[in-house]
Design a protein around this ligand. Structure first.
Ligand code: CU
Length: 147
């Protein structure tokens, strides 16, 4: 027979392991830019919210919709906005990071099939810790045509 105390321990242990496998981030408003047929690249946008007490560092992304997914940012070079690849996106503890047109984004390079508006694109987020989080981002039409 389990004593009440060891039962309580078992319950709290299972709660702890549940927390340990929970997704590190809350991902809001994830979407992928609809692009004209024949386009080989697109971009994914979303808000990454970190409810945890430690910063979460996104170091890579992967999607079956593209051969390569890269983390990008925009930089003003002599008055011209240019994209550049960044090694990581840091989401501070209790804070968030916005991936939005004109700023940080996830570049989808070498689309494996034409993107269908409204269809979900699967994206796997990879973190510095080795953890991964899978999300779905529907394809949406976006007015601004910069990445
Ligand atoms: Cu880009």
């Amino acid at each position: 027979m389990m004593s009440p105390r060891s039962l309580l321990t078992a319950v709290s242990l299972s709660l702890i392991s549940f927390v340990a496998v929970a997704d590190p981030l809350v991902v809001e408003n994830a979407h992928v830019r609809a692009v004209p047929p024949g386009s080989s690249t697109s971009a994914a946008f979303m808000t990454l919210r970190n409810p945890g007490e430690r910063e979460v560092v996104l170091v890579a992304a992967e999607s079956p919709a593209a051969e390569v997914a890269e983390l990008h940012d925009h930089q003003n070079v002599d008055g011209v906005m240019q994209m550049r690849q960044v090694p990581q996106i840091v989401v501070p503890a209790g804070g968030s990071a916005a991936l939005a047109p004109g700023g940080l984004h996830m570049m989808l390079i070498g689309l494996t099939a034409p993107l269908q508006e409204g269809e979900p694109v699967e994206i796997e987020l990879r973190f510095e810790t080795g953890e991964a989080q899978r999300i779905e981002a529907p394809v949406k039409r976006i007015m601004n045509h910069d990445h």
